[in-house]
Design a protein around this ligand. Sequence first.
Ligand code: 5GP
Ligand code: ZN
Length: 114
Amino acid sequence: MSAADCLFCKIVAGDVPGDVVHTSDRTVAFRDVNPQAPLHVLVVPREHTANAAETAAEDPEAFAELFATARAVAESEGLDGYRLLFNTGASAGQVVFHTHLHVLGGRPFGWPPG
Ligand code: 5GP
Ligand code: ZN
C-alpha cells in the first residue's frame, strides 16, 4: 500500500520519473536527484514506511533486501568501497519520509560525518 502524497511511493509506482538502477520484489533503487558523491543511489522498500525506525518496528525483514540491493548496486557500479546510511528523523537530516537507504561511493569519505 502506498501513502498518499509520498514522493518515493510515486517513484515506486512509476507515477513520478526516477532514474531506476535496480529493482527486486521488495525494493527499488534509483539515483538521487541531488547527488552528494559520484554514485548516490537511494534504495527504498516498495511498501511505505516512514523511516528506518518504523521499518524496524513494523517490517524488520525488509532490511535484508534493502542491504542486498545496496550490495548489488555497489557491485554493478564497480565500487570498491561505499557508505550506507539512513537519515532517521528530521533532526538527523531526513526530509523524505519514506524509508530510504543512501548508497554513496566514488570518492573518499571522512569520519566522523558532518
Ligand atoms: P533524506 O535527507 O530524507 O535522507 O534524503 C532524501 C534524498 O532524496 C535527498 O538526498 C534528495 O536529494 C533526494 N530527493 C528529493 N527529491 C527527489 C526526487 O524527486 N527524486 C530523486 N531521485 N531524489 C530526490
Ligand atoms: Zn512512501
